[in-house]
Design a protein around this ligand. Structure first.
Ligand code: F6P
Length: 549
């Protein structure tokens, strides 16, 4: 059963527990490297306006990069990503085998500065702009993102029209390009490829074609909804996605619930797949595909070091001064992208409801919201951002900025977000649905005031953290207001106990744990499987032709 899985894992860890180094050795051999493939790379390059020909580099944003941006501390990694900016394209060209030596050195220095202490090679693959737009701007976002976060009001969307079907073909094309880049970057030896997220559902088959001896794990960072959600969209796309994933050896999801949903989706839409629900395997075209949950996390030591850095400490001082001017109120914090699935709007409505019921709190509480604008060219996001600003303006009314109940900060700077989390008394994490949500995990690691953590039941993180948090149903504005009040009133002792519990669990089930469990399962795949036979490859090609690929 599901719980059984988790318990068995811990038991096995205690008994034999090969170390990460053993597992890496086993898998990669001397000098071998893990190949990670994702859409967004860990570093975003921009052309430097001040110095023609030069680039600047910043760390990429979002949960995937937050977690995997530290992976090079735990394993030797070659990371293949799509070039998303002109700067990425320049960097990609410089890092390619025939790139100019001088630019290459410049780019490598920037990478070392952005990812210090890591063994990480980067490749940025340029995808033709029209293909990239269909793949990223139309199919991955908003379409897949909206389907998987249940964000469509299905009366109005999605409309799978001719344009979206074109975007699906671009999605397939972009996946091929990234798969080919990965097969190429893998170097000699039997590659171990870790494909990341919803942008790359159909990349595994192409890698397998080029590198039949590859061992492939695909990990989905976002939720996997129930089969009934997928039923809304054409069989061609949903089956394409499922079969694309079944070309991997292991399909990894954030939680047990999402793994069950995936198995059920395959059983519903892939006619020739046999799902073995108890062992969480799928038999498909002569192969066994393992479906497993690997809840992702952060690198605690890296994060704690960053929280203590000069950049964060300066921000903390700024917050402290402003709080002192406001009479040292208690602080509710939220820190996330201004992404509709994060449910900020209902968070503010709940805070407003609380202030109306408890006017006394106006003097003693501030809501510090660090929100990063995202995907502003998608109409729904622009509208959502406007709705948030309107509600915040209503709550703040007029008056002295320090007296306003909501302090809204631009969260594009990661240091500001971490600084706010350091000072929180209550942290509100109330997404409508979330693959994992790393803010919840970051908050307990960096907090100084033992904050009460309010967490949506529908965040993946709730599977690990719910017992020590105040849980809310995401649509429950009344309940969220009550949760905020309860958080503010929770005795310090109880908060301390809860944070200590959460901290222990986050430290135990950390990024290294996430990686090590995957390595262990990859070793098991290798042990049980000979390189794919001729017959298997032929079967896969036949399958592709039948699917119209
Ligand atoms: O976990 C989901 C995720 O990969 C996040 O890391 C990231 O925030 C998002 O999806 C993708 O965002 P973007 O399109 O900005 O890379």
């Amino acid at each position: 059963g599901r719980e059984g899985d988790r318990v068995a894992t811990t038991g096995a860890d205690r008994r034999a527990a090969p170390t990460r180094a053993d597992l890496l050795d086993d898998l990669l051999g001397p000098g071998g490297r893990l190949v990670v493939v994702s859409n967004r790379g860990p570093v975003t390059f921009e052309r430097d306006d001040a110095a023609p020909g030069a680039l600047t580099a910043t760390r990429g944003s979002g949960g995937l990069v937050t977690a995997l941006g530290e992976l090079g501390r735990h394993a030797p990694v070659t990371w293949v990503a799509a070039a998303m900016t002109d700067g990425d394209r320049d960097a990609g060209a410089a890092l390619a085998p025939r790139g100019k030596a001088r630019t290459r050195r410049h780019v490598e220095t920037l990478i070392d500065e952005a990812l210090p202490g890591q063994d990480m090679d980067l490749r940025y693959e340029s995808i033709p702009p029209d293909v990239f737009d269909g793949y990223y701007g139309k199919l991955s976002n908003p379409f897949l993102w909206f389907v998987q976060h249940q964000m469509y009001a299905s009366v109005y969307g999605p409309n799978v029209d001719a344009e979206l079907m074109d975007a699906w073909r671009s999605y397939e094309a972009a996946n091929r390009l990234l798969a080919e880049a990965a097969a190429d970057a893998a170097g000699p030896g039997r590659p171990v490829v870790l494909l990341q997220d919803y942008h790359l559902y159909v990349a595994a088959a192409r890698i397998r074609e080029l590198r039949p001896d590859a061992t492939i794990l695909h990990f989905t960072h976002i939720p996997w909804p129930a089969a009934s959600q997928w039923q809304l969209i054409p069989q061609r796309i949903r089956r394409g996605i499922c079969e694309g994933l079944l070309a991997a050896d292991i399909v990894g999801l954030q939680t047990d619930r999402y793994a069950s949903h995936f198995l059920d989706t395959v059983a519903s839409f892939v006619a020739d797949a046999r799902v073995e629900a108890d062992s969480r395997n799928v038999r498909w075209r002569g192969r066994r595909v393992r479906v497993r949950s690997y809840p992702i996390s952060v690198d605690p030591d890296g994060l704690v070091a960053f929280a203590g850095s000069e950049a964060v400490t300066q921000q903390v001082e700024r917050f402290r001064e402003r709080l002192a001017r406001a009479g040292s109120p208690r602080v509710i914090v939220r820190a996330d992208r201004l992404e509709p699935s994060k449910n900020a709007l209902r968070g503010y409505l709940a805070f407003e409801a609380l202030l109306l019921r408890r006017p006394d709190l106006r003097a003693t509480v501030r809501f510090v919201a660090v929100q990063a604008a995202t995907r502003t060219d998608i109409a729904e996001y622009a509208a959502y951002g406007a709705a948030v600003r309107e509600v915040v303006a209503r709550i703040n009314g007029m008056g002295d900025p320090d007296e306003q109940p909501v302090w809204l900060y631009d969260g594009s700077d990661y240091a500001t977000a971490i600084a706010a989390l350091r000072l929180a008394d209550v942290v509100l994490v109330n997404p409508i649905v979330d693959g994992m949500n790393l803010v919840a995990k970051e908050a307990v690691l960096v907090a100084e005031r033992d904050p009460a953590l309010i967490l949506s039941e529908t965040a993946g993180a709730a599977e690990q953290m719910a017992s020590a948090t105040i849980t809310v149903a995401p649509a429950d504005v009344v309940g969220t207001a009550a949760a905020l009040e309860r958080g503010l009133e929770m005795p310090r002792d109880e908060r301390r106990r809860r944070v200590a519990d959460l901290r222990r669990s986050v430290r135990h089930e950390d990024l290294d744990w996430w990686l090590t469990r995957q390595l262990r399962d990859l070793v098991a795949v290798r042990a049980g499987v000979r390189p794919p036979s001729r017959r298997l490859r032929d079967a896969m090609r036949r399958g592709e032709r039948e699917a119209g690929g």
